[in-house]
Design a protein. Structure first.
Ligand SMILES: *Cc1c(COP(=O)(O)O)cnc(C)c1O
Length: 421
């Protein structure tokens, strides 16, 4: 964090005291992470090894999944979720347009067709009603083959990637029901949602396979990293082999005392394994997770209370879920202040903000390659036009939250004619 500039006697009265920069997000590491990382370094086992194994078992236990595979990103996990199920050329995958581009990119990596279904205006998650409409109007069910085909391309729809936006679990029962009817796999993009609960079930066990991110802004971080969870032994086995070149033994087994030099390559896999240095951080972050989550929920409550009177749409939490509170996004409902004004004014007050997300179908690649255009997903576009993610991370103090709230009031009240008069 920036420090307050040193002032001399002459300019004490003229120089404004600048508040330190408050970032949009920051990771939360302590002495425990430092010590674990140092031990990993000193152990000489720095890539995939004992710490990855322990991180995986702690993670599997926390989420309640049978298998957890530590990887070097959530993007890798999403890619393996598709590859392990042979989803590729001739196939199509449905997801939300209001997501990070990684969710859609992996579909393209596999040579499959990305399909988007618009989001719910309250949770910003894939809307099951829209999903139903989409299948009804854009797809054809072939009962003899048991295949759902995209009418326009004849590609076989194979999976739905359900993004738990901001940590709020998707309406998964409705999504699973539709998936079961049409033989689709459900992949959770749980990049935001470690710690989320849906009707008593943990995120990570809500679909066929789930993908988590440990990028620096996410609920826990390993620098870069990801995890794949599943209850399906075949999928787990395939994903593990594909995560390390398609080699049937991992380096841990090859280079440890019990190992042997022999290995076979059963298919051309990827290089997606996590390092033990990253797992050292992940292990300690898992110990810290309950306190990180409760502080996130606390800050959300503070924001909701402090910003209650402003022209904003706050995040909604459905009654049957626990949000993992990854983001605090507000929609600017003022008629005179735009989202861009808010971000600029916050910046002037040394406060960072972000936008989640520029809808993927508005990206030039997706427009040129697949013909998407503005107007295709009006709810995602309306949300995107108005949304700002406020600073939101566990190390924020109550004073930091109050500072953001004060800034938001001054920005919105100063500019709002109705309130200013
Ligand atoms: C961050 C993010 C990803 C990608 O995670 P990485 O670990 O950076 O690969 C995927 N999906 C969503 C929704 C994300 O926010």
């Amino acid at each position: 964090m920036a420090t307050v500039p040193i002032r001399t006697n002459e300019n004490r009265d003229t120089l404004p005291v600048e508040a330190p920069f408050l970032p949009f997000s920051a990771p939360c590491f302590g002495i425990e992470e430092e010590q674990e990382l140092l031990q990993a370094l000193k152990s000489d086992w720095i890539t995939t090894g004992p710490r990855c194994k322990t991180f995986e078992s702690v993670f599997a236990e926390y989420t309640g999944s049978k298998y957890a595979i530590a990887l070097n990103s959530c993007t890798a996990a999403l890619h393996l979720a598709l590859a392990s199920q042979n989803i590729g050329v001739g196939n199509a995958v449905i997801t939300s347009p209001l997501t990070f581009t990684a969710t859609a990119n992996v579909i393209v990596h596999q040579g499959a067709q990305p399909l988007f279904v618009d989001v719910d205006p309250d949770t910003y998650n894939l809307d099951p009603v829209q999903l139903h409409k989409f299948i009804d109007s854009q797809c054809v069910w072939n009962a003899k083959e048991n295949i759902l085909r995209v009418r326009a391309t004849q590609n076989a729809v194979r999976a739905i990637i359900a993004v738990h936006y901001g940590g709020h679990p998707c309406a998964i029962d409705e999504i699973n029901e539709m998936a079961a009817r049409f033989g689709l796999s459900v992949i959770e993009d749980a990049a935001h949602a470690l710690g989320g609960v849906y009707r008593g079930r943990n995120v990570g066990t809500l679909g066929d396979v789930a993908c988590f991110s440990f990028y620096p802004t996410k609920n826990i971080s390993t620098g870069e990293g990801g995890m794949l969870t599943t209850n399906d032994p075949d999928l787990a086995q395939r994903a593990r082999v594909l995560s390390l070149h398609g080699i049937t033994k991992d380096a841990w087994k090859r280079y440890s005392k019990e190992g042997s030099w022999q290995y076979d390559v059963t298919e051309a896999g990827f290089k997606y394994n996590m390092t033990d240095l990253a797992a050292a951080l992940g292990l300690q972050q898992m110990h810290r997770l309950p306190s990180l989550l409760s502080r996130r929920a606390e800050i959300a409550q503070l924001y909701a209370a402090m910003l209650a009177d402003l022209p904003l749409q706050h995040p909604t939490v459905m009654p049957d879920v626990t949000s993992a509170w990854h983001l605090y996004p507000v929609q600017i409902l003022s008629s005179s202040v735009t989202r861009e004004d808010v971000i600029q004014q916050l910046r002037k007050q040394n406060i960072g903000a972000s936008v989640h997300f520029i809808p993927v179908h508005l990206m030039s690649f997706y427009q040129q390659q697949f013909g998407f255009k503005r107007g295709d997903f009006p709810v995602a576009e309306q949300v995107f036009d108005k949304i700002v993610s406020l600073p939101f991370f566990p190390r924020m103090s109550d004073d930091d939250v109050a500072r953001v709230a004060g800034a938001m009031s001054s920005i919105l009240e100063r500019w709002e004619p109705a309130l200013a008069s």
